[in-house]
Design a protein around this ligand. Sequence first.
Ligand code: SF4
Ligand code: SF4
Length: 92
Amino acid sequence: MFVAHIGGVESRLHFCGGGIMTYKIISSQCTACSACEPECPNVAIYEKDGTFVINPKKCTECIGYFDDPQCVAVCPVDNTCVVDHSYPRYQA
Ligand code: SF4
Ligand code: SF4
């Protein structure tokens, strides 16, 4: 079941161009608590210059792993992990 699910994700990513769905962290609001970093299934979050950032090439909005973006779920500061609208999103 798990493998099949991942295969579906890969197919959808290929359809939309590959890894172009992404969240971003509003650096001015990030307290660098690091809560989000270990929760990301794609290891897309890392520390940089005293704050945390998301690698848009790795973020898949947690699709295939969780129903909701985990960085959003664990971040204690509302509206800090948000959709990066500079990237086109997958359309079902
Ligand atoms: S939405 Fe999911 S995959 Fe993207 S950065 Fe957040 S935890 Fe990682
Ligand atoms: S959980 Fe939120 S405040 Fe904490 S490091 Fe991640 S983005 Fe920053």
